[in-house]
Design a protein around this ligand. Structure first.
Ligand SMILES: CC(=O)SCCNC(=O)CCNC(=O)[C@H](O)C(C)(C)COP(=O)(O)OP(=O)(O)OC[C@H]1O[C@@H](n2cnc3c(N)ncnc32)[C@H](O)[C@@H]1OP(=O)(O)O
Ligand SMILES: CC(=O)C(=O)O
Length: 544
């Protein structure tokens, strides 16, 4: 088995991604999580760059890491100054991390025209820096990142190879070849790695960027030619189009090839969890189509696909999602066949027959044609099924609602909602103010319903999205409202569509309350909270 060392730079190169800014606390939390995952190296930051990164290297010493080695990152010494006098060198040595990674120039263009130094001085900068850091009293392992190695090798191969020999001769433990501009092709990577292996005997690493959408292919090409360290970031965050996504590299190397050993035994099933954790702390939205770990990576929508996986799961899946801690999902939409509906009904433990499936499918297709979308509104779909099956329990009936927004004398607008509901033989007439119409309606509904159904207090609205469906119709356009709600056990989505945004919101809100009441009743049939209004079978949830 060949051990591939995973070197994570989420906290350094990942932070160079647009919109990413980790706090010191975030960095320490991610460090611990990556250590649990079995990552071998964690590049924590650039100590010369800012006080937060400097503090990180002090505080990370207090973490009880079980496996990972922390790396401090910086550039070679500045031109015309001794390494021991260079502030960057001092900051790197002062970080006292077990690993120090130093980046230097491989491309003659960069030495001559960006740094403005002779080719010889650039070689001295590399050698002096590596030698100085390797001799630091705490005995760090020195990783040399050869910036722009592949572009440099293309333009002046002899010089590019000289730069890495300078680093190797000065005591670097690793030479990491960087595709800094992210434009190299896999076969060019493979050829260059062959040349490097012939030129130096230290272990080789690979660091790719995704500007040509080839970061994963390029990394795998380098590993196939003998690179044994992979640098990248969780979820591929990083400068410009990002770094290579370690989630994809780890999964491909573990599952598609034989003979590589990565992370710790049993780590792979935590990959999806680690990916979502980093998104959460980076305050970024999940990329649902992200291979292996994305929410859509194993989501089946087309009817023919669902038909296939119900017979043989591998017919439309390249791996078992559980291997990387992800899950299979079946979506319901106008592209569904009976198989999607059957799968969904089985998932929710709902009994069904062929006639019901056909009715539900027809209803979904009609409603999606009107602008509904059930993919993110599974709770509305389940209510629709219950209505079609004649099993729907009508918990309350709307008699009337009214929403008003009033702004006077330049003051803040005041929003008020009134609702009148029939709950059994009781009429509730309530009023609530709110930050806006949906908030006011939510408040008034709760005032009316909570005395009858106290468990509704457990539920809250967590997200509200509005989308104009036929924008060309101007103000008469239909809008789709999708609401996400949660209680202590679950998160669920509901949908409403109307030409009126308040009515669309009302429909989605009512489905959200209905779903909470129905699901609680299924789990523990209430004695107090009996269905109070006779079922109105002809009014599917999506059209009430
Ligand atoms: C490929 C990569 O991702 S490398 C990492 C890139 N990451 C970052 O740049 C983020 C952190 N950077 C920083 O905090 C700052 O840029 C610092 C602290 C490093 C430097 O800040 P400043 O001193 O203000 O310089 P500035 O950023 O404008 O320019 C970079 C300087 O480093 C020099 N430099 C760049 N690369 C190297 C190198 N490999 N070796 C030595 N000097 C270098 C440049 O010549 C320039 O110095 P000059 O103005 O004297 O010519
Ligand atoms: C070192 C680095 O981040 C790069 O060359 O892309």
């Amino acid at each position: 088995m060949t051990r591939i060392a995973i070197y994570d730079t989420t906290l350094r190169d990942g932070s160079q991604g647009e919109g990413v800014n980790f706090s010191l606390q975030d960095k320490l939390l991610i460090t611990s999580r990556l250590d649990e995952l079995g990552v071998d190296y964690i590049e924590g930051g650039y100590p010369l760059s800012n006080p937060k990164d400097e503090a990180y290297f002090r505080e990370v010493r207090d973490l009880d890491l079980s496996h990972a080695r922390v790396a401090a990152f910086g550039m070679t010494r500045r031109r015309d100054i001794a390494a021991e006098d260079d502030p960057g060198m001092k900051a790197l040595a002062g970080a006292r991390s077990p690993v120090i990674t130093v980046v230097g120039k491989s491309w003659d263009l960069h030495a001559l025209e960006v740094l403005g130094v002779s080719l010889e001085e650039n070689l001295r900068m590399i050698a002096d820096s590596v030698a100085f850091l390797a001799a630091a009293p705490h005995g760090p392992e020195v990783v040399y990142d050869a910036e722009h190695f592949f572009d440099g090798y293309k333009r002046n191969p002899d010089y590019a190879l000289k730069t890495i020999r300078a680093a190797a001769d000065a005591g670097a433990s690793w030479i990491v070849l960087c595709d800094t501009n992210g434009g190299t092709l896999p076969e060019q990577i493979a050829d260059a790695v062959d040349a490097v292996k012939a030129a130096v005997s230290v272990p080789i690493g690979i660091h790719t960027h995704n500007d040509g959408e080839l970061a994963v292919a390029n990394t795998l090409a380098a590993v196939r030619r003998g690179a044994t360290q992979v640098q990248g970031t969780i979820n591929g965050i990083g400068e410009r189009c990002g770094n290579v996504d370690l989630c994809s590299v780890i999964a491909n190397l573990s599952l598609k090839y034989e003979g590589y050993e990565l992370l710790l035994p049993g780590s792979l099933v935590h990959l999806t969890e680690a990916s979502r954790y980093v998104y959460e702390l980076a305050n970024l939205n999940f990329r649902s189509g992200q291979p292996f770990v994305g929410a859509s990576a194993f989501a089946h929508k087309g009817g023919m696909h669902v038909h296939g996986i119900r017979k043989v799961v591998s017919s439309y899946e390249h791996i078992d999602p559980a291997l990387v801690g992800n899950e299979r999902r079946v979506l319901v939409s106008e592209l569904s066949g009976r198989s999607n509906i059957a799968e969904k009904l089985a998932e929710h433990g709902l009994e069904h027959d062929a006639a019901l499936m056909a009715r539900v499918l027809g209803r979904v297709q009609d409603l999606e044609n009107e602008g509904y979308q059930f993919e993110a509104a599974e709770a509305s779909f389940v209510l629709l099924v219950e209505k079609e099956a004649g099993r729907y329990r009508n918990w309350f009936e709307r008699l009337h609602y009214h929403v008003s927004v009033e702004a006077r004398d330049g003051g803040e607008p005041i929003t008020e909602a009134t609702v009148k509901l029939r709950i059994g033989d009781v009429i509730e007439h309530t009023v609530s103010e709110g930050d806006g119409p949906v908030n006011a309606l939510d408040g008034a509904l709760r005032k009316a319903l909570e005395p009858h159904f106290p468990r509704l207090r457990e539920m809250s609205l967590v997200d509200y999205k509005v989308r104009v469906i036929n924008a060309r119709a101007g103000t008469a356009a239909r809008v789709r409202v999708v609401i996400e709600s949660q209680d202590k056990d679950a998160v669920w989505g509901t949908v409403g569509v109307s030409e009126n945004v308040i009515e669309a919101s009302w429909l989605a809100l009512v489905d959200a309350f209905d779903h909470k009441l129905s699901k609680d009743a299924r789990q523990a049939p209430p004695e107090q909270e009996a269905p109070l209004v006779p079922a109105a079978a002809e009014t599917p949830s999506a059209a009430r």
